[in-house]
Design a protein around this ligand. Structure first.
Ligand SMILES: Cc1cc2nc3c(=O)[nH]c(=O)nc-3n(C[C@H](O)[C@H](O)[C@H](O)COP(=O)(O)OP(=O)(O)OC[C@H]3O[C@@H](n4cnc5c(N)ncnc54)[C@H](O)[C@@H]3O)c2cc1C
Length: 613
């Protein structure tokens, strides 16, 4: 298949490797006679793995004083971990995924709340690496829901026989870098220890839910859960009195979905979010055939666009067109599916206060037109930030919910919650009696999963301490003093602010190239230099200074009042704002320049030699 990532000559990018011939042996001792599918050649090999160069196999077996159990351990079996294990096992190295949950899927394994679905067009969210996969999978909806998304990820894992490289219920609790032997020692929740030369962190940016800090939560007599932990068995909502705390991306989805099922719905809102119609719809057989025929074109557009979506900004210039023209564009975008309203808009919306204010007022008017009670409408309009400077939740009939008799908006800025009681929620004003409380209160975003593991690098330094005031990384993928740990979609990487899988595919491709390079050269240690890390971190910080997003109290700036130390006045530079094309170009250049900014060292049979590449 043709790739969608442009320059195929760029080393390490979306080209797992060259010269993947078939050989008879399998380094990791897992030759089991099963059929293996090679996506690069769209070829099925019976009984033996589609292996890589013998050189890589031998190099990956290069021993330090102690040979680790694994060449690489991947933590997390979400979109990132699934693709990462595929590329590693395609290389023929000994690799495994450790997943804390009972099964694969990550975001789409959790988040079973009603209404959970993509804001990305389904067909731009799916993997692009296999033409056969693209040809086989039929997305049923333009913005597909959680059950189908989970089915898709299972389909991918089964098709490429990846499950056998995954262990579930394996939460990694501690990681210690062994400086003498150049390997990581990982300790699981059950006390088991595993060693690996390299660790690939694929723990997700929204994988640690944060319940609100409200007294009395354990006294509630009814059912209460975070949207991420929505029970796997059906929850009876019909006729029930339900309270939802939070009106961010998940709150907006769940509220709209359950309003007409429940008896009463109380929405507890601290701060409103800007939101606009998702404009979802089914994908017919004919449409899917058309999408399949255009996949190369679609992924090429995604690769070109700053957000990794099909949506490209309007570059005419906000002030170069008349107000009437601006309104025409906005009317059109309001009815266009997905993030068009955000990402096909004028670039000035992101950087210019006046332009942003004019557009925000346009959306405010739309809200006023949709909500019958003017007082309620005003409460649903954000005053503390403009449209698009936080991640924009997309909605389906969300605002109309507030026209229903069984729905009440409780404005917590006027009447804050005092506590959760056995019967419901007590605000300073009154007690709301409830059967079910849903915490739609989001995640300890981007760095949360890293903070939950006791990660100790060189000299026993903990990553938690190093990142106390915010992450510092090289390219969002490596960290100085934490050698041999690489991050697929880490903080400050290009993936965190874009259509995720597009970023994940470039991250996985690049990292696989880096590891392959190390194995080919017999290197047992990879580490970002202090200088390259300082430069990248400063660059990421500078990018924030250009965008209005820097002012928002959102997870893009590391704000979360439910996480200690992440409250107001503690801006954390978590995402790369330069856009996907620039990010991909940058990491390709780094690779093409011999992985500049990264130190490599070799430790074979106890004899250590360092070289700076
Ligand atoms: C409701 C919702 C909707 C979303 N919609 C979109 C969308 O439309 N478009 C988009 O681009 N993105 C969306 N996202 C972001 C989404 O998280 C990414 O698209 C993508 O799924 C992330 O994949 P991942 O593999 O990086 O992480 P995850 O899917 O989060 O997977 C990480 C895995 O790591 C595991 N893990 C974490 N810590 C440990 C540990 N210590 N030990 C072992 N395992 C561990 C977790 O259990 C999890 O399974 C959405 C997120 C949410 C919550």
């Amino acid at each position: 298949m043709s790739t969608s990532w442009g320059d195929e000559s760029s080393r390490g990018l979306n080209q797992p490797r060259k010269g993947g011939g078939t050989v008879e042996v399998r380094l990791c001792g897992e030759a089991d006679g099963r059929s293996v599918y090679d996506a690069r050649s769209d070829r099925l090999t019976i009984g033996v793995s589609p292996m890589t160069d013998q050189a890589v196999l031998e190099a990956s077996a290069a021993v330090g004083a102690t040979t680790p159990q694994y060449d690489a351990i991947v933590i997390g079996a979400g979109v990132a971990g699934i693709y990462q294990i595929k590329t590693l096992t395609d290389l023929g190295v000994k690799a495994i995924v450790l997943e804390g949950a009972h099964d694969l899927g990550g975001t789409w394994y959790g988040n079973r709340y009603p209404g959970a679905r993509f804001d990305s067009e389904s067909y731009t969210y799916g993997y692009s690496f296999s033409k056969e996969l693209l040809d086989e999978w039929h997305w049923k909806e333009r913005f597909s829901g959680q059950p189908e998304n989970l089915r898709y990820l299972n389909y991918v894992a089964d098709k490429f026989d990846l499950r056998r490289h995954m262990r579930f219920n394996c939460r990694v609790e501690r990681m210690r870098f062994d400086e003498a032997d150049h390997l990581w020692v990982l300790t699981l929740a059950n006390g088991e220890e595993l060693t690996a030369r390299f660790v690939v962190a694929a723990m997700g940016l929204l994988s640690i839910p944060t319940p609100p800090k409200i007294d009395g939560a354990d006294t509630f007599r009814g059912q209460a859960f975070h949207t991420f932990d929505w029970p796997h068995e059906p929850v009876e909502l019909v006729g029930k009195r339900v309270g939802v705390i939070g009106t961010g991306a998940t709150g907006i989805q769940v509220i709209a979905e359950i309003a007409d099922q429940v008896g009463e719905l109380k929405v507890f809102q601290r701060r409103p979010n800007w939101s606009a119609p998702l404009n979802n719809g089914p994908i017919s057989d004919v449409e899917m055939a058309d999408i399949r025929a255009r996949y190369d074109e679609i992924f090429a557009t995604c690769a070109r666009s700053p957000g990794g979506f099909e949506h490209e900004p309007d570059r005419r210039g906000f002030y170069n067109v008349s107000r009437e023209e601006r309104l025409r564009l906005w009317d059109d975008l309001y009815d266009t599916p997905g993030f068009a309203i955000w990402l096909r808009n004028f670039v000035e919306i992101f950087v210019d206060e006046e332009a942003n204010a004019e557009f925000s007022e346009y959306i405010a008017d739309r809200i006023r037109r949709r909500v019958h009670d003017p007082e309620v409408a005003e409460k649903l309009i954000p005053r503390d930030h403009g449209f698009g400077v936080q991640r924009v939740p997309m909605e389906t009939h969300y605002f109309e919910v507030y026209n229903r008799d069984n729905v009440e908006l409780v404005d917590l800025s006027e009447t804050p919650i005092e506590r959760i009681t056995p019967a419901g929620i007590q605000t300073i004003d009154r007690e709301y009696e409830l059967d079910v409380i849903v915490f739609a209160t989001g995640f300890d975003a981007i760095t949360g999963a890293y903070d939950r593991i006791d990660i100790r690098g060189v000299g026993g330094l903990t990553l938690r301490d190093k990142w106390q005031d915010g992450p510092q990384t090289h390219l969002g993928m490596l960290v100085h003093d934490f050698p041999n740990m690489v991050m697929v979609a880490g903080p400050q990487s290009g993936s965190a602010s874009t259509n995720y899988p597009r970023g994940i595919e470039s991250g996985v491709g690049w990292l696989t190239g880096l590891l392959e390079y190390a194995w080919e050269h017999g290197h047992t240690r990879i580490e970002a230099t202090a200088e390259s890390e300082a430069d990248w971190t400063e660059h990421v910080e500078q990018m924030y200074s250009k965008v209005l997003m820097r002012k928002a109290k959102s997870w893009f700036t590391g704000y979360n009042s439910n996480v200690e130390g992440h409250g107001e006045g503690t801006t954390r530079y978590l995402v790369y704002n330069g856009g996907a094309p620039k990010y991909v170009r940058t990491i390709a250049e780094v690779a093409n320049n011999g992985y500049e900014g990264i130190d490599f060292a070799t430790n074979v049979a106890g004899v250590e030699s360092s070289e700076l590449e």
